[in-house]
Design a protein around this ligand. Structure first.
Ligand SMILES: [Zn+2]
Length: 148
């Protein structure tokens, strides 16, 4: 982010505020050169978001895959759709608030865990048991195929 006054290319963020939707972030910045203070507004569109896997490959963030991963963590236990939908939205808000693009698959996994922990301990344990090994929601889904 260049300073609008002197165009120096290094600024310090000293305050960050994110709207309740998690989709708009305002940052107060100060130029490290001329000390000019200014505000930037960042709006992240979920469809622009990329997820970087451990192998460096980048894939488009998929709400559907996120939901599938969360559903798998419930592993055939009854769970109401509203609960899943709320979890998905909460994770997406956290993902957007992280303001990283690409965001690492590890970070996404941690955000899923953070939200699962609040809602369902068993699903949390199921997800976290796989977490160290999975590299993407896809890999995760493969790991936790429902037992027959
Ligand atoms: Zn400046």
């Amino acid at each position: 982010m260049n300073c609008p006054k002197c165009h120096y290319n290094n600024t310090k963020v000293y305050d960050t505020r994110t709207t309740q939707s998690g989709k708009v972030t305002r940052r107060r910045r100060q130029c490290l050169e001329c000390k000019h203070r200014f505000t930037t507004v960042e709006e992240v569109k979920i469809f622009d978001l990329m997820v970087k896997k451990r192998n460096g490959q980048e894939v488009i963030f998929s709400e559907k895959k996120l939901e599938q991963g969360i559903r798998k963590a419930f592993n055939k236990r009854p769970v109401d759709n509203a609960k899943i939908a709320k979890l998905v939205q909460d994770v997406i808000e956290d993902v957007l608030q992280a303001s990283k693009n690409p965001i690492s698959s590890v970070k996404v996994g941690k955000l899923v865990l953070k939200n699962l922990e609040k809602v369902d301990k068993v699903a949390f344990i199921c997800y976290s048991a796989m977490f160290s090994n999975f590299d993407s929601v896809d890999d995760f889904i493969n790991l936790v195929r429902p037992k027959s």
